[in-house]
Design a protein around this ligand. Structure first.
Ligand code: UDP
Length: 313
């Protein structure tokens, strides 16, 4: 196969590029490097089965040659990024998704949208199954991301139903691993960087809010299986995340333990609309893809900490 990965210079996109190449496919990465970096794909430079195109997919996408799949991963994804780039976030979710779907249709390629657990907003149903419609504040600070992804899902289903494009929607839950930016702003990279630097770990609010974190290797496996899945139901959204929930306070303490850091915890104000709970209901992924996460948080965090240590040195 020849696959295009938009946002392929980002954290998840670059790991996907590695995975597709290791399976013998050809990969084109397209990225405007707003939040991604060529450091993530530098090791692929010069390979005949790999190419990089610097392009902002909110503008028309021209790509020569055939394509078998378009994986649309371009978007700021850390809350600090989409607060910093609100318009770009809305544009890449709306115009970028439209262009990526149009390209998939023109090339007769399968399309996979990187969606998010943020479509559930601050959920009133727990854990979150795919048929929960969510609780999103459209005019809140997170609305630019949540609504962009919700629109992207609606557009993807419209292309599927109206144009017959073969589509997939993955709802990605909090994913962590090597290559996350040191200053990414999300909980795992923040806590690891702070712990390794001996700085206080910044816990927002009282830290009782929960997340379920999944290791990048597991996330990529789930996404790969969803793309390859031939079942008709694969056009429905699928949660790929961990069912193991923990509080942010527990996460901070676990990272402090695994890094051997003596950094104190420091409480900061809780950002507006921060979801109070989040846990993936993964019954659909298990039934459809035979997928569930295999890497325990501890083991994934140790690998991530080793990567951060190397980059901070
Ligand atoms: N968080 C925190 N300290 C940080 C960064 C994040 O306590 O330095 C909290 C944040 O308020 C949220 C949770 O950790 O409740 C996960 O935040 P993250 O930015 O990783 O992703 P989100 O799931 O909110 O998109």
């Amino acid at each position: 196969m020849r696959v295009l990965i938009t946002g392929g210079a980002g954290f998840i996109g670059s790991h996907l590029a590695d995975r597709f190449l290791s399976e013998g496919h050809q990969v084109v990465v397209m990225d405007n490097l707003l939040t991604g970096t060529t450091d993530n794909i530098a090791h692929l430079n010069g390979r005949p089965d790999f190419s990089f195109v610097r392009h902002d997919v909110t503008n028309y996408i021209y790509l020569a040659g055939g394509l078998d799949a378009v994986l649309h991963f371009a978007s700021p994804a850390s809350p600090v990024d989409y607060l910093r780039f609100p318009i770009q976030t809305l544009k890449v979710g709306a115009l970028g998704t439209h262009n990526a779907l149009g390209l998939a249709m023109a090339k007769n390629a399968r399309f996979l949208l990187a969606s998010t657990s943020e479509v559930y907003g601050d959920p009133l149903v727990h854990p979150q199954p795919e048929d929960y419609w969510g609780n999103v504040n459209p005019v809140g600070m997170r609305g630019v991301y949540d609504e962009a992804k919700r629109f992207a899902e609606a557009l993807t289903m419209a292309y599927h139903r109206y144009h017959g494009v073969d589509t997939r929607i993955v709802r990605i839950f909090n994913t962590f691993g090597p290559r996350m930016r040191l200053n990414d702003g999300r909980a795992v990279p923040n806590f690891i960087t702070q712990a390794l630097r001996g700085e206080p770990l910044t816990v927002y609010g009282d830290g009782s809010q929960t997340r379920s974190i999944v290791y990048i290797g597991d996330e990529v496996e789930g996404i790969y299986r969803l793309l390859m899945c031939e079942a008709a139901e694969a056009a429905e959204p699928v949660n790929i995340g961990s069912p193991f929930e923990m509080t942010v306070l527990e996460l901070a303490e676990l990272i402090r333990e695994l890094t051997g850091s003596r950094s104190p915890l420091e409480h900061r104000p809780l950002p507006a609309d921060d979801p109070k709970v989040r846990r993936a209901e993964i019954g659909r992924a298990q039934a459809l893809l035979g997928w569930s996460p295999l890497v325990p948080a501890r083991e994934g965090l140790l690998k991530t900490i080793a990567d951060f240590r190397r980059r901070l040195a």
